[in-house]
Write a protein that binds this ligand. Structure first.
Ligand code: AHR
Length: 640
């Protein structure tokens, strides 16, 4: 623990216990009255979830553990991005694109390596620099594979993990090659115990004899979360697990729609062996190999005990292409029916059996289907018709599912009404403070609300303390209105912070090849989602400053009042707390504080702002308490 952290722990404890009597309080004093015995409405147990998509290198160069960038060796104007020719000593080699040969119908192209001169002392080949580096740990085994076609006896291929800084070989393996047509080869690289953990490393694949070699689908995987063979990065999954998300909205976002219909998330092309996945151009400017496909999304849900909230492509893409309702839309509706069968069908169904062949015989639990994404942008105004066609067909096939519309459609046919509407909000801190009352007076008679994307945005690449205060203020309103708002998910979730990694500023969690960090907003979400009751008791507040917000939820099982206090002002907020029925007890306090709106965490200083724990003595139903400036506090008060 650093000095800063210790000092702040002491400060917060003092403030929490003694109530800042000596401080010049320019807010309040306010009175917050809560009656935990009178419940106004239940709170959705599924309120907090995740939303992600392929943006900011969320999967490729992010959550998907693949270490090799551009592993399908796609050739751009400057060559295969991420790959370099290796010519040691006086070896001579060239690489070029060969569009006529590849290991599968999905990958019918490759890179040809022509080696004119090479020896064991002076080998030649290719290097891959990973996703802005490769994380290499001591005493760890990395599992690699590649496809190769070999023209002659070129000898074994040597695979090496090499330190960028020192050129030292950190792990090495020889892969025997045989002359002939395309074959799959495997290799393992194991590091010694004294290797220093670092992200500045690369992979080299070299041969020591002249000849010609074609390469495709070069992969290297580190140990993954729950040891899944085509799995996820452990460090990022642990960060996500700490949020205890209830659901995952997948697979987008714009990533679902694609820039064009051809570039949509075409789920059938994202399943099965990775050599049979062609990949596709994602709308956020880079290629997706689809190594992280539909089943990998579902595995991710299983690993974090989240329920998938499946968004199905609904016939509209970002550059304006759309499919007219009627006959033209039928194949897309059928695709959605098949997709739901892939997720939920047992092995006697066509697509359930396919899922079993892909390695997951057990069906997944699914309650919500979202039809499209942000269809208000469809200038053809075809969404009401498209939604109705999907809704009627899906309800017929799967009557138990709840349907989410991305725009508030009103349907003539009662069978085509949405159960839930997905609302999105991206706001500055000041706008977010104003938005917190938005749902207080909203009608409770229509569809429920899913806030499928929201974020307070001012900082980049990740939110700062001002954004976290906006987010916390907003989350108090999600909880207060959770009789209407049944689910909510921040977006975007992930960002690779390397130059060129980000397409959308203000993302919850940052990382590079070897490090991750949570923004202040991440910590605000961890606090809110880990301290959520299932009931909203009657409460009222008087005389609070304009940027003071609270939430009070009761956990009926543990008999705990989760009190959330958000002081987004730069002045302390003194409070008189009247909590009916509370007896003398010790309460646990978690505080997140920043000295300014601009204070933040970075990849270099990942814990500058973090939750600090303290205890608070509760003397009975009435007590004085002061919330420090620019502070989010969560207080767990035991109830009788
Ligand atoms: O979260 C980033 C983008 O914002 C999503 O892809 C899209 O749905 C929204 O416009």
């Amino acid at each position: 623990m650093n000095t800063f952290r210790l000092t702040r722990l002491a400060l917060v404890t003092t403030l929490a216990v003694s109530g800042l009597a000596a401080c010049s309080a320019q807010n309040g004093p306010a009175t917050l009255t809560i009656d935990p015995s009178q419940i106004a409405h239940p709170v959705s147990r599924h309120l907090y979830g995740l939303m992600t998509e392929e943006i900011n290198h969320s999967y490729e160069g992010g959550l998907y553990a693949e270490m090799v960038s551009n592993r399908t060796l796609r050739w751009s104007w400057s060559g295969p991005e991420g790959w370099m020719l290796v010519q040691r000593g006086n070896s001579v080699a060239a690489m070029d694109s060969d569009k006529t040969t590849g290991p599968s119908a999905a990958l019918p192209y490759s890179v040809r390596l022509t080696v004119d001169a090479a020896t064991p002392a002076n080998p030649a080949g290719l290097a891959n620099h990973g996703w802005w580096g490769m994380a290499v740990r001591p005493h760890t085994t990395y599992h690699g594979s590649l496809y190769a076609k070999v023209s002659n006896d070129i000898g074994p291929l040597t695979a090496e993990l090499i330190s960028d800084a020192t050129g030292e070989v950190l792990a090495k393996a020889e892969v025997p090659l045989h002359a002939g047509d395309w074959s799959r080869y495997e290799y393992s690289l194991t590091t010694a115990a004294d290797v220093k953990y670092s992200g500045a490393n690369h992979l080299e694949l070299t041969v020591a004899k002249p000849g010609t070699l074609w390469l495709q689908l070069v992969s290297l995987m580190p140990p993954t979360y729950h040891d899944r063979p085509n799995g996820t990065r452990i460090d990022l999954m642990e960060r996500l697990a700490a949020m205890h998300p209830a659901f995952l909205r997948m697979p987008g976002g714009n990533y679902l729609e694609g820039d064009t219909i051809a570039e949509r998330f075409d789920w059938k092309k994202t399943i099965g062996p990775i050599v049979d996945r062609p990949g596709h151009q994602a709308p956020w400017s880079y290629w997706s190999t689809d190594g992280f496909g539909l089943l990998e999304f579902l595995d991710w849900c299983e690993d974090l005990k989240m329920e998938p909230l499946l968004a199905v492509y609904a016939g509209y893409s970002l550059h304006g292409e759309h499919v007219n309702p009627g006959k033209d839309l039928e194949p897309y509706v059928q695709d959605a029916i098949d997709e739901i069968e892939y997720v939920t069908g047992d092995t006697s169904t066509k697509w359930g059996a396919q899922r079993a062949r892909d390695g997951h015989p057990a069906p997944f639990t699914l309650h919500y289907i979202e039809i499209g994404n942000e269809d208000e942008f469809d200038r053809s105004h075809s969404y009401p018709g498209r939604f109705a066609q999907f809704a009627l067909a899906l309800r017929k096939a799967y009557p138990q599912l709840k349907l989410i519309a991305t725009d508030p459609v009103t349907q003539a046919d009662p069978g085509a009404q949405p159960d839930v509407i997905d609302d999105h909000y991206y706001k500055s801190p000041a706008q977010m403070f104003d938005l917190v009352k938005h749902y207080d007076d909203a009608p409770r008679t229509g569809p429920k609300v899913f806030v499928g994307e929201w974020a307070t945005r001012s900082a980049s690449p990740t939110p700062d303390m001002g954004d976290a205060l906006g987010d916390a203020a907003w989350m108090t309103s999600l909880e207060r209105n959770s009789d209407l708002i049944i689910m909510a998910s921040y977006a975007p979730l992930l960002v690779n912070v390397n130059p060129g990694g980000m397409q959308w500023p203000t993302d919850l969690i940052g990382y590079d090849a070897s490090r991750t960090y949570g923004s202040p907003s991440y910590y605000a979400q961890v606090l809110f989602s880990n301290h959520l009751g299932d009931e909203w008791p009657k409460s009222s507040i008087e005389n609070a400053g304009p940027r003071f917000f609270y939430s009070a939820t009761v956990d009926s099982q543990t008999k705990t009042l989760h009190l959330k206090l958000v002081n987004a002002s730069d002045k302390p907020q003194p409070l008189t707390l009247n909590i009916n029925g509370v007896e003398a007890a010790e309460a646990a306090v978690s505080s997140l504080h920043g000295a300014s709106f601009e204070a933040t965490n970075t990849i270099e200083n990942p814990e500058f702002i973090h939750p600090v724990q303290s205890r608070l003595r509760v003397h009975g139903p009435q007590m004085e308490h002061t919330v420090p400036p620019m502070t989010i506090q969560v207080i767990d008060i035991p109830l009788r």
